[in-house]
Design a protein around this ligand. Structure first.
Ligand SMILES: [Mn+2]
Length: 315
């Protein structure tokens, strides 16, 4: 599989790289790593996304090359990274006609929508899988490519804390540092550069904390009004769910984010015992065992009740 993908990369000239909407560090890092490595090989490469990447990643040199998906150009190969379902990246099956469609992902729930599907549900980030593709096919990894891979791996492992962190994760991270990646520069820009507005938003959100089922479920919410009051956007609530999970005794932390009137994006984070991907699938969502999401319609109280009910097996 890895060799097959390597051969396509070597033989073809033009590539379109895409990832899931509302891209996270893995989606952005792996898209840009692929972009950077392919550019170094002299290929024509375009990176597109359904949504504008969060501003927090603008310190990455190629941040601005990520274009809206509607600007999609002609290409020989389409590569989707970190995308569990084709609908999440905005590519339609008919867009892939007469092209090679490669799907590289680490979601166990991946629907195998590509012509070629390289899926490893145990990889801690797509960056790990790209590293294997580059290394095993003799594709050069520049300092810039290494930084993008590092961002992908650091963000998806919760800075090397989650149980998805393996000896291989650490070895690859070490190799990336050998190439010249500055770990503090990456961590500083992503985790230590919050705006004052973001911290004010966090204050409002922490005030909403409630626990249920003997403290095993901790729920926070953020409303449109809170975003308005603090002059922030959806992307600024990224990571807030971790405060709910961090409570002693909490098995699952949940953030309800009001995206439109009576439409909530639900983020769930588990400490490990409970599979939140399964919990999210009840509501038509998905993700990983420890981090998953879904969209639920209803009033805040209705949505909260639905979620608590779905965890009644914990009682
Ligand atoms: Mn990922």
């Amino acid at each position: 599989m890895i060799e097959k993908i390597g051969n396509i990369i070597k033989e073809k000239d033009s590539f379109l790289i895409v990832s899931h909407k509302n891209p996270d560090g893995d989606a952005i890092g792996s898209s840009l790593a692929l972009y950077s490595a392919l550019k170094d090989m002299g290929k024509n490469v375009q990176v597109v996304n359904l949504t504008k990447p969060p501003e927090v990643y603008s310190f990455l040199e190629d941040y601005d090359i990520i274009e809206p998906i509607k600007t999609m150009k002609k290409t020989d190969v389409i590569i989707a990274v970190d995308t569990a379902e084709i609908e999440r990246c905005g590519i339609k099956k008919e867009d892939t006609k007469d092209k090679i469609f490669i799907n590289i992902d680490h979601h166990k729930t991946n629907t195998l929508f590509g012509d070629i599907n390289f899926i490893d549900g145990d990889a801690s980030a797509v960056g790990i899988m790209l590293w294997r593709i580059f290394k095993q096919n003799g594709i050069a990894i520049s300092k810039k490519t290494a930084q993008y891979l590092y961002v992908s791996i650091m963000t998806d492992t919760g800075s090397f804390r989650y149980s998805s962190t393996t000896p291989e994760t650490m070895r690859i991270a070490a190799d990336l540092l050998e190439i010249g990646v500055d770990p503090w520069f990456c961590a500083y820009n992503i985790y230590e550069s919050n705006t004052l507005e973001t911290i004010k938003l966090l204050g409002l959100v922490l005030n909403t904390l409630q626990v249920f089922i003997d403290g095993k479920i901790a729920i926070l919410y953020v409303t449109e009004d809170m975003f308005k009051k603090t002059a922030t956007q959806i992307e600024h609530s990224e990571g807030f769910v971790n405060y709910a999970r961090s409570i002693r005794g909490a098995e699952v932390g949940i953030l309800l984010r009001e995206d439109r009137h009576n439409v909530f994006k639900i983020s769930m984070r588990s400490k490990g015992k409970i599979d939140v991907a399964r919990a999210a699938s009840v509501f038509g969502g998905g993700g990983h065992k420890n981090a998953a999401g879904a969209q639920i319609e209803g009033t805040l109280e209705e949505v909260k009740t639905k979620i608590i009910d779905s965890f009644s097996f914990l009682k």
